[in-house]
Design a binder for this molecule. Sequence first.
Ligand code: NAP
Length: 285
Amino acid sequence: MNTHRRQGIERGSEGAPLSSERSNSSEGGAAGAPLRVELDLTGATALVTGAGRGIGRSIALALAEAGADVAVNDFADEAACAAVVAEVEAFGRKGLVVMGDVSDEEQVNAMVERAEKDLGPLSVVVNNAGITRDNVAMMMDSADFDAVIATHLRGTFLVSKAAARRMFRRRTGCIINLSSVVGRRGNAGQANYAAAKAGIIGLTKSLAKELGARGVRVNAIAPGYIDTPMTQALPEETRQMIVDATPLRSIGTTDDVAAAVVYLASPAARFVTGVVLPVDGGLGI
Ligand code: NAP
């Protein structure tokens, strides 16, 4: 049995399908017309970068469970990607490992081409790959600044560019970029990461304006602190401070972020572009 769990949006406890319908006589829509919330991704083909573990893995699995075939990218850990592909296939979907460095244009173009050749036209691209090289700015090595900008900002640009050229021609598709609460608020010790994540917000909004007329949507998600190896490395005292500062009083799960990705990728979000959706328990308020 696949133990990967997801929260709330797609299947109720009685196994309801990936859509919900209710009578909607008073809020929006024509009186008495049903309101359909369509989260089914059957027929979609997705590429998720940095998907061998953490948030990216959960996103790949959530997309597969919602009905998408998924190309799983990572930089170094091919075995981890193969394991994620096996989990994608356990949902009855097609999976594909596409190794490559998102900051390298040639590798990016090759992996997008390979994904389309093996799985078909990409309709969903999730820019999730990321690294941290934390230090206070005065002590930060410029190579660590460059590496973080290259992976997050240049990587998101290159993958989006390769995908957008294809989606633009086909007049359909959606791109979802991982920003962060830190990109909206800044963070001591993370000037490189905050700058990259803020840059991703500008990139997202610009691409949304450039591509919207051709039916291509571009959105970002700004997670707060999510329980992954990246945050498990924080001292317990720091984790507690974060929990105390979060209105919902917890650290998020990778499934919380994956649920937002499924929503933004789905027909339910057909009129949503250029947004930065916080998934942060209220930390960014
Ligand atoms: P993670 O566990 O460290 O996973 C990041 C993945 O990205 C790894 O699998 C890594 O692969 C891959 N990667 C790194 N550099 C790459 C490159 N150049 N090309 C392709 N893949 C690359 O991180 P996470 O916590 O799941 O975070 C995922 C995303 O969410 C990141 O963009 C992060 O900034 C964002 N985010 C996370 C949090 C949080 O609290 N965790 C909060 C806000 C935003 P290798 O292992 O092979 O290097």
